[in-house]
Design a protein around this ligand. Structure first.
Ligand code: NAP
Length: 314
């Protein structure tokens, strides 16, 4: 068993974690940044990002490569495939320490501060067939699986930025893309809505919810219900992409820090959580806007606050 002692552990190497790593390095903090897989988090599943100032249109992969290279160039390299399963609070006098257990390993970190930048996961609808047909028509990643649906019919569930953005991507390959939305207005930002309205092979099915995913070995069709008249309609599709929002990857600190009603971590303006020494940044945080730019900024604030905290300034 190895105990790795550090002043700071950054958990997650998406935009928030990498933003934190950059500022931690510049503050000369004794830290490590870990991720359960390769750096990137959710934006690795994004075909293009066009609202990160100064970068024009880039794929999620390209942007993360630039972020990682920047950190690496300063000497902050991500320890990959190092999943932190649980954080335990260890009181030593007045000081808090945190034991961060690595999943399926006896090795652990013992640190004075943590930045939880573990991001969020796509929510499921909880329908029969969702898990059974996952990878056989049901997908949560259009960027990964979109090309498999060339000249086929697919449906996207949801009306937010993610649903519409991914529908636009799928429309490049698929013969027809249905956007199934439970209301009569999309939540997505106007520019995305307009692009979707302009495409001939995108059809928005308003006021409708997914009732059933049908298929034995792969998705064959779906049944949707109109919420106004309860009428059921069958739509033949080969691919189903669900984008009905995200849940927080906050389980590792559940019980130690305060969460909001949806499980996102509550912080103050310094990114401090309710537990002294634990900070949160990015999509896992309870926040009004979840974007690459806000995640990077959260990471910068959290690292700067920790530097001040460790120096007794805040
Ligand atoms: P979101 O904004 O929470 O939207 C989720 C969508 O799913 C909503 O349209 C919602 O309907 C629908 N929905 C939720 N539960 C449902 C259910 N049980 N059955 C049917 N429909 C359901 O999630 P998101 O689109 O993934 O976006 C998450 C965050 O990331 C947002 O802050 C977004 O702005 C950001 N984001 C930004 C970009 C970008 O800037 N390019 C791209 C992707 C995501 P209602 O509208 O009726 O609530």
């Amino acid at each position: 068993m190895v105990e790795i002692k550090k002043d700071l552990l950054i958990i997650g190497a998406g935009p928030a974690g990498l933003g934190a790593a950059l500022y931690s390095k510049r503050a000369d903090l004794d830290f490590e940044i870990v991720d359960k897989q390769m750096p990137g988090g959710q934006i690795m599943n994004t075909e293009f990002i066009e609202n990160y100032l100064g970068f024009g249109q880039r794929s999620g992969f390209e942007l993360i490569e630039k972020f990682s290279d920047h950190c690496k160039g300063l000497g902050a390299e991500v320890k990959t495939f190092c999943p932190i399963a649980l954080v335990e609070l260890v009181k030593r006098g007045k000081e808090n320490f945190f034991r961060c257990n690595i999943a399926e390993s006896a090795d652990h970190y013992m640190v004075r501060t943590i930045i939880v930048a573990s991001g969020a996961y796509p929510k499921m609808l909880g329908l029969e067939g969702e898990q059974r047909l996952f990878g056989r028509g049901v997908s949560y990643c259009a960027t990964c699986d979109g090309p498999l649906y060339r000249d086929k019919d697919v449906a996207v569930v949801g009306g937010g930025d993610t649903a519409v953005e991914e529908a636009l991507f799928l429309a490049k390959f698929a013969k027809k893309v249905y956007i199934i939305h439970r209301r009569d207005k999309l939540r997505a930002v106007s520019i995305l809505q307009e692009r979707a309205f302009d495409l001939e092979n995108v059809e928005i099915v308003w006021n409708s919810v997914l009732e059933k995913i049908v298929g034995e070995k792969k998705v064959d069709h779906i049944l949707i219900k109109n919420v106004d008249d309860n009428k059921i309609k069958k739509i033949d599709i080969q691919g189903l992409f669900e984008y009905v929002g995200f849940g927080a990857n906050s389980a590792l600190v559940k019980g130690i820090v305060k969460l909001d009603a949806n499980g996102f971590i509550i912080t103050d303006k310094y990114m401090r959580t309710s537990c002294r020494g634990i900070y949160a940044a990015g999509d896992v945080r309870s926040t009004a806007l979840r974007q690459v730019v806000t995640a990077v900024a959260d990471g910068a604030v959290a690292a700067t606050s920790i530097d001040k905290h460790l120096r007794g300034l805040i």
